[in-house]
Design a protein around this ligand. Structure first.
Ligand SMILES: *Cc1c(COP(=O)(O)O)cnc(C)c1O
Length: 399
């Protein structure tokens, strides 16, 4: 009854921006969540790569409680202790020298776009403003970031879009080289594409992109909003490929569930931002920075969590490969790194997601025939076995 009322009210009062499952989730612990009608689910969506330490990780919860009692919000007119500490931590653990904090992935990318434009406006010859991004990329939903996004379905209806963006195929270094003009200022890529399938870069692709950037004096922006914070088995995905970007954006897992984004860059590029160039009322607020500090504490503790992510990613992958052997007519392809795994089905994935939901497992379908798994990094073999057993039942029915 209570659930029905909530679902009715959702229909009445919320804008219809998501096609949601008819479930109201109220509580979570670790890998599990519970709905208002008391059903238990195993969560392989992980808040879309946000809940990297699972639900309500005790260290994150305690950090938030303590900070909430001390200071919830104070303006960026003043220095903010947890923000300073978090910036230092991110700089020590990455290529970057400087950090700007915001509240989401789109805002982090928006900040990156503003920073590269400003940086090149201040050069002696200042006619560079164009950013090249990849087809099938995803960079966010604000006007600038949806323009950067390489998917028509996300842009459609919002024209006129922002000038100064071009798109080329991911993994096609020739196409990228050909798209560079005298006006190009940056190349912006996800190291591993997350939408429309989990698309891996070819072995040398990112290194070649880096070289191309250096040769032309262009900046490399890596959007690690999804791949960052340990998701791929390294703290940042660029570490797998022997390249460093000039700018990196983070959000999703950064706050372990608290809404925080960040844009990081080298010192040289960061000088383009001066007081009043950019800002955010909530950006880097004490509460979310305390949550992010606690999340990083756990993620980096003796490398245990990253090691766990690599091992569990390997185990998950092995179990999925076994399913592929068993159901070659259903699973066409498996890809991913660490605990960011996509499987391409030969058919529409929605019925599989629905069947798993009915059996108490949350999984995500990105594009029509793609399943994407982004479980918390605290996952164990037991939960992976539970999922693959259920997938086996579901595929068995389908075949
Ligand atoms: C989710 C995502 C974004 C957008 O993040 P929001 O917090 O939803 O604005 C941007 N880039 C990538 C790669 C993402 O996965």
């Amino acid at each position: 009854m209570e659930t029905k009322k909530l679902l009715d009210d959702a229909g009445h009062y919320l804008m219809n921006t998501y096609s949601r499952f008819p479930v109201v989730l109220r509580k979570g612990r670790g890998m599990k969540v519970w709905s208002t009608d008391g059903k238990e689910y195993l969560d392989f969506v992980g808040g879309l790569a946000v809940n990297c330490l699972g639900h309500c990780h005790p260290k994150v919860v305690i950090a938030i409680q303590k900070q909430a009692q001390r200071l919830l919000h104070i303006s960026n007119l003043y220095h903010i202790e947890p923000q300073i500490k978090l910036a230092r931590r991110l700089v020590i653990n990455s290529f970057a020298d400087k950090v700007f904090f915001c509240n989401s992935g789109a805002e982090a990318n928006e900040a990156a776009i503003k920073l590269v434009r400003k940086y090149f406006r201040e050069q002696p010859v200042n006619n560079r403003f164009e950013i090249i991004t990849a087809i099938n990329s995803f960079h966010g939903r604000t006007i600038a970031t949806l323009t950067a996004t390489g998917q028509d379905k996300i842009k459609s209806g919002f024209e006129p879009l922002l000038p100064g963006f071009r798109h080329v195929a991911f993994n096609d270094i020739e196409a990228l080289a050909a798209a560079i003009t005298g006006q190009t200022c940056a190349i912006m890529l996800e190291p591993i594409q997350g939408e429309g399938g989990v698309k891996m870069p070819d072995e040398s692709y990112l290194r070649n992109v880096r070289e191309l950037c250096d040769r032309h004096g262009i900046l490399l922006i890596l959007d690690e909003v999804q791949t960052g914070m340990g998701r791929t088995g390294k703290l940042f995905a660029y570490e797998h490929y022997g390249v460093t970007p000039d700018i990196m954006t983070l959000a999703k897992g950064l706050g372990g569930g608290a809404p925080i984004g960040a844009m990081l860059s080298t010192a040289r590029i960061a000088t383009a931002f001066q007081p009043s160039s950019h800002g955010s009322t909530f950006g880097g607020n004490p509460l979310v920075c305390a949550a992010a500090m606690a999340t990083l504490d756990v993620l980096l503790e003796d490398d245990l969590m990253l090691d766990q992510c690599r091992r569990m990613g390997g185990y998950f992958r092995k179990k999925l490969e076994a399913l592929k052997e068993e159901f070659p007519g259903i699973i066409a392809n498996i890809s991913g790194a660490g605990l960011l795994i996509g499987i391409e089905l030969t058919r529409n994935a929605a019925p599989v997601v629905k069947a798993c939901l009915d059996r108490g497992i949350l999984i995500n379908c990105t594009a029509g025939n793609i399943l994407r798994f982004m479980p918390p990094l605290i996952i164990t073999e037991k939960e992976i076995d539970l999922l693959t057993d259920i997938l086996e039942q579901v595929f068995d029915r389908l075949s």
